[in-house]
Design a protein around this ligand. Structure first.
Ligand code: SF4
Length: 344
């Protein structure tokens, strides 16, 4: 019996990658999915904040793998990915999303897995013209070339509009069973999903990556701009997604928890910085990062006062705990005008 052709697919669990896998499964290809954890995945942080009463957060790639009946490897690439995000060769998109470098980075890893697993090619659910940065024809060619996958990267949903790949030329798959979908409309994908009986998939507009989020990107940019070597840690990246952020000086910033879950999350970091909380009035946890002095501590305390339940009082008692010990501050809540100038 002829050995089945095996392919490695980038599987996000979204409709496009699920359809691409389905198309190949229908042709008898042995599909294995791979999903990369980048450290910027929105679903990852949602999991951290999910409380007991919340709906459990689904991992869409695992869910899609289960529905398709294929194995999915979840691979943590966050360490190297972070270095790429701070120095992307092809630049950023509309926010801080380095989509071209991101695709190259992931596909290089997929190629490595293809070789390890003895697979014959790699596939993705990319659609020509769907995304302005990474799904233009010329850019798709660049990504394929720089990932080292020339001829071995199949995009089943748009394959009829692209250069034929080796799997098509070699007859490993039937080109007639591939598609000519292009553009931003999802109409054809929805029709295809109906045809294949796929009903459970996330809404495409949901977004999966913090780097495309305007507010997150502003904080990320601010952090990079205030870091000479442009080196960030994974913990800093997580913190960017939590709370309200204020820049007090080129080296110091404040994060304010917005609710109980965020306060609990921020508590993990309070040993490495100064932490402020109102004493008599309920309020959020305020962390001050960076080299501090008396003036910065007082400002952080007045931010804590501003975010307490009694922010209209003229003076509020705030306790600050830091590596050098504890201090108490009787402060006036910071004016919103001043606060807005510091807001990131
Ligand atoms: S949106 Fe984020 S995960 Fe998607 S390609 Fe761009 S950088 Fe990568």
């Amino acid at each position: 019996m002829a050995k089945k052709i095996k392919a490695i697919g980038l599987l996000s669990g979204g409709l496009d990658s699920t359809l691409a896998a389905r198309v190949l499964l229908n042709q008898g290809v042995d599909v294995k999915g791979v999903h990369f954890y980048t450290g910027f995945c929105i679903v990852g942080l949602k999991k951290v904040f999910a409380g007991q009463k919340d709906q459990p957060v689904r991992h869409e790639a695992l869910r899609a793998g289960r529905d398709l009946g294929v194995e999915v490897d979840i691979v943590d690439i966050s360490e190297d990915y972070l270095k790429m995000v701070t120095h992307p060769r092809h630049g950023y998109g509309s926010q801080m999303n380095p989509c071209i470098d991101c695709r190259i980075h992931m596909l290089r890893e997929a190629k490595r897995r293809m070789e390890l697993e003895g697979a014959s090619f790699v596939f993705t659910g990319e659609v020509l013209g769907q995304r302005p940065m990474s799904q233009r024809r010329d850019v798709m060619n660049t990504i394929e070339r720089e990932a080292g996958l020339r001829g071995y990267l199949l995009r089943p949903l748009s394959a009829k509009l692209l250069r034929p790949t080796i799997p098509e030329k070699e007859g490993w798959i039937d080109p007639d069973g591939l598609y000519d979908i292009q553009g931003r409309s999802r109409k054809r994908q929805i029709e295809l999903a109906q045809k294949f009986g796929l009903t459970d998939f996330p809404q495409p507009a949901g977004g999966c990556c913090f780097l495309t989020d305007e507010h997150y990107a502003a904080r990320f940019r601010d952090l990079l701009d205030h870091r000479e070597a442009k080196v960030l840690t994974q913990e800093e990246v997580y913190l960017l997604a939590v709370g309200r952020h204020f820049r007090l000086s080129p080296a110091a910033k404040v994060i304010v928890g917005r609710n109980e879950k965020e306060n609990l999350f921020l508590e993990r970091y309070q040993d490495n910085c100064w932490a402020f909380q109102t004493v008599e009035h309920p309020g959020g946890l305020v962390l001050l990062f960076g080299p501090v002095n008396d003036e910065l501590k007082k400002t952080a305390a007045s931010i804590a006062a501003r975010y307490s339940k009694d922010k209209d009082q003229s003076s509020i008692l705030v306790k600050g705990d830091g590596p050098e010990g504890s201090e108490r501050f009787n402060v006036r809540p910071l004016d919103d005008d001043k606060l807005d100038k510091m807001r990131i």
